[in-house]
Design a protein around this ligand. Structure first.
Ligand SMILES: Cc1cc2nc3c(=O)[nH]c(=O)nc-3n(C[C@H](O)[C@H](O)[C@H](O)COP(=O)(O)OP(=O)(O)OC[C@H]3O[C@@H](n4cnc5c(N)ncnc54)[C@H](O)[C@@H]3O)c2cc1C
Length: 332
């Protein structure tokens, strides 16, 4: 049994590791420069800035056990922070918030160790042929033949890949609404004197602000703040240039603090499909139709923990299919 996994975010990596542990051959393709998907960090001359997922929670005991292994491996630590709602400063819901160390993407790097991972490969076509599924790259090059395909790209990207091979799954993917997010990193000339490390502004264009150096294992200087625009603002201004967005959101941050920060550098990243607010909450944790499976946060509950569970659930389904077909060890 040979399986292709499209996407090396948390869901794809969880699936690949589960399959590898069961002795099943899994080849992972990702169009990005490295693994991690929405947990990647952006490298700048001031170090890495976590412009995607900010932290994750572990609410389920099975996931808590996995997180304990990651903590033992030194790639994850709790972030002792209590975000406040701004400007009132009421504390947000208390819970353990976890981050990759020394950067968010460290977790994906750890998870991809030993996997058959091919980055900078954008799968553009999945075709059923007599001998199995054939994947093609954007260049038209064939990536090989596979018995089953697991697709973990965000819902809109999965939808377009599924239109030919499985209109049924494409329709299901179309039902999962994903929201965009403009994310900005502000490198400051001098630290800000504010009495919080992270907050959820209750009005205006910003939905999240956080002092990067308040997370474990990050440098404190230069001080860097991460700003996320709300989904509504991001959607309305999705085609703005990164320069215009970073300038506007930096100004909004200054308004929020009632003083303009002294900015040394600004970086912005547009996430067209950031959060799966309309996640499908699929009962099995994955979707399946004729040897194609879909997993990811949009199939489950829109969070990192959900993406992990979804990838593992899809892999368990593939393992039981391999056992039924008599090739659990990835043989003929
Ligand atoms: C700004 C932001 C803030 C967030 N904050 C939080 C938070 O605080 N807590 C939390 O739990 N979650 C948060 N999230 C959501 C979290 O990041 C996701 O739920 C999780 O990372 C999704 O993992 P995934 O594997 O399902 O998808 P992804 O991480 O999106 O992985 C999918 C992968 O598929 C690849 N891909 C897509 N199309 C193709 C193709 N055609 N060929 C090859 N590869 C392809 C992509 O490059 C990507 O690497 C946040 C996300 C963003 C963007």
């Amino acid at each position: 049994m040979r399986i292709a996994i499209i996407g090396a975010g948390i869901a794809g990596l969880a699936a690949a590791r589960t399959l590898q542990a069961a002795g099943i051959e899994a080849v992972v393709y990702d169009k990005g420069r490295g693994p991690g998907g929405r947990t990647v960090s952006k490298r700048t001359e001031h170090g890495s800035i976590d412009l995607g997922a900010q932290y994750f929670t572990a609410r389920d005991p099975a996931f808590q056990a996995v997180v304990a292994e990651w903590q033992a491996a030194g790639v994850v630590l709790p972030w002792s922070v209590t975000p406040v709602v701004l400007p009132e400063r009421q504390p947000a819901r208390p819970e353990t918030r976890l981050v990759g160390v020394p950067r968010m993407s460290s977790l994906a790097k750890h998870l991809s160790d030993g996997l058959d991972l091919h980055t900078e490969v954008q799968v553009s076509e999945i075709t059923r042929e007599l001998t199995g599924w054939v994947l093609r790259e954007r260049t038209g090059e064939t990536l090989g033949e596979f018995d089953q395909v697991l697709l973990t790209a965000p819902a809109p990207q999965s939808q377009s890949l599924l239109a030919e091979p499985s209109p049924r799954l494409a329709t299901e993917a179309a039902a999962a609404h994903m929201q965009p997010c403009w994310s900005v990193g502000l490198v400051l000339e001098r630290p800000l004197e504010v009495d919080f490390d992270a907050g959820f502004p209750s009005s205006g264009p910003l939905g999240w602000v956080a002092r990067a150096g308040s997370r474990p294992d990050r440098p404190h200087l230069p001080e860097i703040w991460i700003l996320h625009a709300t989904a509504a603002w991001s959607e309305a201004n999705i085609e703005w240039s990164p320069e215009a967005v970073s300038e506007f959101l930096a100004q909004a941050f200054g308004d929020l603090l009632r003083r303009p920060p002294a900015i040394a550098e600004r970086v912005a990243h547009r996430w067209r499909f950031a959060r799966a607010r309309g996640a499908l909450k699929a009962a099995d944790g994955y979707l399946e139709h004729e040897d194609i499976l879909c997993a990811g946060d949009w199939v489950s509950d829109g969070r990192i923990e959900g993406a992990w569970h979804s990838g593992c659930a899809a892999a368990r389904r593939l393992i039981s299919a391999a056992e039924r077909s008599g090739s659990p060890q990835g043989g003929e």
